[in-house]
Each structure stands twice: as C-alpha cells, then as structure tokens.
Design a protein around this ligand. Sequence first.
Ligand code: 173
Length: 318
Amino acid sequence: MKKTLLFAALLAVSAGPALAQEVTLRAVTSFAEKTQFSKNFERFIERVNATGKGVVQINYIGGPRAMPPFEVGNAVRTKVVDMANVTGAFYTNLMPESDGFKLISKPMSEQRTNGTWEYINQLHNQKLNSQYLARQFYNVPFHIYLNKKIEKLDFTGLKIRVTPVYKDIVEALGGTAITTPPGEVYTALERGVVDGYGWPVTGIFDLGWDKATKFRLEPAFYSVEVNVLVNLDVWKGLNDAQRKVLNDAALWLEGLDAENPALIKAERDRQAAAGIQPIDFGPAESKKFLDKANEVAWQSVIKRAPETGPRLRQLSGN
Ligand code: 173
C-alpha cells in the first residue's frame, strides 16, 4: 500500500510540467550521419547533452537510414520527431518559399538582428508547426559538377541531378533536371543516368562522389542553408531553462560557420588533387551566370509564394 502510494506520487511529479524534469528530444538529420552537413548538428547534440544534463537531452536517431530526407520536414511538423537538421530545399512541398532561403547569404548574427530570422521563424511556426532554432552554412556556396566538358554556359542535352536548389537554373540553361535525394547521386552518376549534379562546394568526398566526378563548374552560387527545427508544440512545452540550453547551443552552432572559409579552401585543394578540373568561362560569363541564377530563383519563389516571396527578397538584399 505504502509503495503504491509512493509510486502514484512519483507519477504525479513526473507528469507535472511546472517541475523541471529532464526532457529528452528525439532528433533526425536529413543528411547521412557523420557527413559534412550533419557533422555540426552532431556537435550541437553533444553540446546540448553536456550543458543540458538534468535539463534537456537529445536522443539522436540518425539520418536517411532512419528516415527519407524529403520526409523530414513533415516529420517535425507532425511530431513524428521532435527536432531535425534539414534544408528548406527538402520541404518546399510544405513551404514553397523555403527555396528562397538559399538566396539569403548574410551572417546569422545579422539575420538575427535585421528581422530575417524573425520572419523566417514566423513562416516555420505557421507552415511547418516548428521553431526555427538555427540556420547553418550561410557562407558555403553551391556548384554544378559535371562529367561532360562544356564549351559555353549551356546545358542543352545534359541531364543534371537536382533538388529545388538547382532546378530553375539548370532548366534556364537548357538542361534536363532530375530530382534525387543525395543518397542516389553516386549510382545515378555511375550508371550515366545523369551527366552532373548540384551540390555545395564541400562534401563530395563523403559519399565517394569524387570517383565519379570530372569537372566543377565555376562560379559558385547561392548559399547553403541547413536548419535546426523543433516541433512547435514541443518547443512551447519546454520551460525557460530548457529553451535556454537549446538557444545557447543554437547560437554556438551558428558560430561554427566561422570554420567554413578554411574548410572550403581545403576542399577545393582536395578536389584539384583528386583530378577534378574547374571549368571557368571568366568574369563576364560568371557574372551573367550569377545574375541569371539569382533572377530565375527569385522569379520561381515569388511565383510559388506570391504573399511571402517579395518580403524574403527584400530581406535578402539581392
Ligand atoms: O543537393 C542537395 O541535396 C541539396 O539541396 C543540399 C542542400 C543543402 C546542403 C547540401 C545539399
């Protein structure tokens, strides 16, 4: 009898939200574990688990082996998971304007004070039922990698693996866009299903793509965005101490972007050493490419999200 009462009392305590019980959040990443765009999120998890002892902990479920990348956004929205490391490019089905985040390349310190973070957080609250906890990699650009040499900036006759990030510019240059998650890129290259692919300047060695890549087209363009999202119901259910641990770790995570310039340099050197040759048509053609890439992307975002796209463009400053 005594024991039963004690047990009942314990249950009552653990169910009481006012009491600061340790909370454990379940997290997934939309990129392969331990690869470029999961690594810093994994460091963030370690940090939360160290600084949040007795307050908040993260249970890392893993990457695409656990959940298909294009389903991760919806999984946070519906609380199948509590937290995710995911790019907006993987949830354009739920938030078309998320494709515009690649066009925002200001440091997060600036985005957090000039209203950009706040606006994008609102969009996540409303459309993805989530809190926009952090954005990483604002200073890492993308490239198109090719296996066929081109003589001018024209993709006519080429099949290029894309996500929403690259689709509009690939098509604007006359190429055929084929959408795949990152996990299918290697096989598509190996089998000649595609002649090239879009990907950031960093990370092509992680899954062995260097062995199936001949050229890197210059210039680099846009800005990688990989976000840490928390389901909004979960976020609202946390107490101040728990949110503080997560917010502090999020700012620390954004600070890791300072490492990117050195990483990019090392990666370009490594690509050169691996025999991946740059294709560069010079400053005038590069500028034309960048202007076109910027313009087709904004047109596409604004067409799909006429209410919110223009505000994002204004905040981007480009
Ligand atoms: O190419 C992709 O899969 C993609 O869209 C992306 C976005 C952010 C980081 C890395 C890849």
